[in-house]
Design a protein around this ligand. Structure first.
Ligand SMILES: Nc1ncnc2c1ncn2[C@@H]1O[C@H](COP(=O)(O)OP(=O)(O)OP(=O)(O)O)[C@@H](O)[C@H]1O
Ligand SMILES: [Mg+2]
Length: 403
C-alpha cells in the first residue's frame, strides 16, 4: 500500500491568492519547477521528481475501450489504495410524474490521502453527488463503495451509524446546515456526543475548545447561536463539526465560497494541515477551477450530471482536452499580461455529441480520461500532441522574450 501522505502532486496553498495564480512555471521561470508526476508535461524536471521511479516504469497501457466506464482505471494507479469508488451512479429526482436524471452514469475512484476535486458550473450535480455519497440523496442506479463496502441503498442501522463516524460533509450553505436552535457547543459536539468520543466531560470540553481554536473561533463563542454569526464564521463551525469527528473522508462542498477572500487561504491551509496530520482524504467541490488548482491531486470536470474529463491537476491544466473543460479554464486568470492578452474567448460548443452511442470516460494517456466514443480517442490523442507542441513553442517564445 502507498503511504497515504504521499501526494500525487501536492501544492501549497501559498500560491492561491483569492483567485489569482502565482505559478512561476507558467511565467516561464525555469528555476522553479511545479511538482509534476507525468513524463510528458513540458516544464518538468523528471530527475528531481519524487515520483521518478513511477514515471520511468509507467508505460502507455493499451486499454480495452470496450470495457464499461467503471473499469476506466489502468495500471497507472495500481499502487494506490482506493478509499471511495463511485460506479455508474445515477440520481433521479421525481416530482409527481416528472423525472429528472440529475446524475448520469458517473464513475470515479478516490485514493486514500488525496484531494479529489469535482468542478462544474452551478446545477451540474456536484452537491447531488456529495449528498448521494453521504446517503442524503437516494441513488437510482450504480454503486458507491467506501473502504470496500457498498454504502448506497439498504444498510443496517449499525453500519449507517459507523459510516457517519468515518465520513463527514462540510455543507455548501452554512446557514442551512446548522441547527438554529442549538448553540455552537451543541452544534460542534453533537457528533462526538453521539459516538461518545471522549472519556469524560473535561476531555469533551478540551476537544471542542481545540477545534474551535483550530478554525479561528473562540471558546466564548460556544454559548452563541448560529444566527449570531457571520456566513464565514458559520462555515468555520461547519468545518469544526466535521473535523472534531476525526473522519477518514470529508466531502467539502464549496467550503470557501461563503468566506471573504482574506480568510479563504487560511481555511484552505487549515484543511491542508488536517490532511497532512491525519492522512485525510477529501472530495472537494467547487465551481471554479482556479480555486482547486493548488491543492488538488486530481480533478474531475462535471457538466450536466456527467463527468467529461478526469486527470491529475497539472495534466488537466496543461492539456484540457474536452471543450467544456477549456471553456471553464478560460475564466482562470493568469498573472502575466502577455498571456492574458493573448487569451482567446472559447465559447463552449459541444465538439463531439454527448449522447453518442458507446460514449464513456476513455483513457487518452495514462490517468487522463475524456468522455468520448472509441472512435474519438485518437482525435483527443492528436489534440493533446498538438497542445504539447504549442506549449513548447510558447515556452520558447517566452524565454526568448525574457532574455
Ligand atoms: N431535491 C431535489 N429535487 C429536484 N431537483 C433537484 C434536487 N436537488 C438538486 N436538484 C437538481 O439537480 C441538479 C443538480 O443540482 P446540484 O445542487 O447538485 O448542483 P450543483 O452542481 O451543486 O450546483 P451549485 O454549484 O449551484 O451548488 C440541478 O438541476 C438541481 O435543480
Ligand atoms: Mg452545490
Amino acid at each position: 500500500m502507498t503511504d497515504p501522505k504521499k501526494k500525487l502532486n501536492k501544492k501549497t496553498v501559498e500560491n492561491y491568492e483569492g483567485g489569482n495564480i502565482k505559478d512561476p512555471a507558467i511565467k516561464g521561470d525555469s528555476s522553479v519547477q511545479s511538482p509534476k508526476t507525468r513524463t510528458d508535461i513540458p516544464l518538468t524536471n523528471i530527475e528531481n521528481d519524487p515520483n521518478k521511479d513511477i514515471i520511468n516504469n509507467t508505460t502507455v497501457v493499451k486499454e480495452d475501450h470496450n470495457k464499461e466506464s467503471d473499469e476506466v482505471f489502468t495500471d497507472y494507479y495500481k499502487d494506490k489504495e482506493v478509499l471511495l469508488e463511485v460506479k455508474n451512479l445515477d440520481v433521479t429526482f421525481t416530482n409527481g410524474k416528472r423525472k429528472f436524471r440529475a446524475i448520469k452514469d458517473v464513475s470515479f475512484k478516490i485514493f486514500k490521502g488525496e484531494t479529489f476535486s469535482l468542478v462544474g458550473e452551478s446545477g451540474s450535480g456536484k452537491t447531488t453527488i456529495g449528498r448521494a455519497i453521504i446517503r442524503l440523496n437516494q441513488t437510482s442506479n450504480g454503486e458507491i463503495i467506501f473502504k470496500g463496502k457498498k454504502i448506497n441503498g439498504k444498510m443496517t442501522k449499525e453500519d449507517e451509524h459507523e459510516l457517519v463516524r468515518h465520513m463527514q460533509m462540510i455543507f455548501q450553505d452554512p446557514a442551512a446546515s446548522l441547527n438554529e436552535r442549538a448553540n455552537i457547543d451543541y452544534c460542534i459536539g453533537e457528533g462526538i456526543d453521539n459516538f461518545k468520543l471522549y472519556a469524560n466531560m473535561e476531555e469533551r470540553e478540551e476537544k471542542v475548545n481545540k477545534v474551535l481554536e483550530q478554525v479561528g473561533l473562540l471558546p466564548e463563542h460556544k454559548s452563541r447561536y448560529p444566527h449570531e454569526f457571520s456566513g464565514g464564521q458559520r462555515q468555520r463551525v461547519g468545518i469544526a463539526r466535521a473535523i472534531v469527528m476525526e473522519p477518514d473522508f470529508i466531502i467539502a462542498d464549496e467550503p470557501i465560497s461563503a468566506l471573504d477572500v482574506s480568510i479563504r487561504a487560511q481555511v484552505l491551509n487549515l484543511l491542508n494541515k488536517f490532511q497532512e496530520e491525519r492522512g485525510l482524504t477529501y472530495l472537494f467541490i467547487a465551481y471554479d477551477l482556479s480555486v482547486v488548482r493548488y491543492f488538488s491531486d486530481r480533478i474531475a470536470v462535471i457538466h450536466h450530471g456527467q463527468i467529461v474529463e478526469i486527470a491529475e491537476t497539472d495534466e488537466l491544466f496543461a492539456y484540457p482536452l474536452h471543450s467544456y473543460t477549456r471553456s471553464l479554464l478560460q475564466s482562470v486568470p493568469i498573472p502575466d499580461p502577455r498571456i492574458e492578452k493573448a487569451k482567446k474567448v472559447i465559447k463552449y460548443v459541444e465538439e463531439r455529441p454527448i449522447d453518442a452511442e458507446g460514449i464513456a470516460l476513455r483513457e487518452i494517456v495514462p490517468g487522463h480520461f475524456v468522455f468520448s466514443t472509441e472512435a474519438d480517442v485518437n482525435f483527443y490523442r492528436e489534440k493533446r500532441e498538438k497542445m504539447k507542441m504549442d506549449r513548447e513553442s510558447v515556452k520558447k517564445d517566452l524565454s526568448n522574450l525574457n532574455k
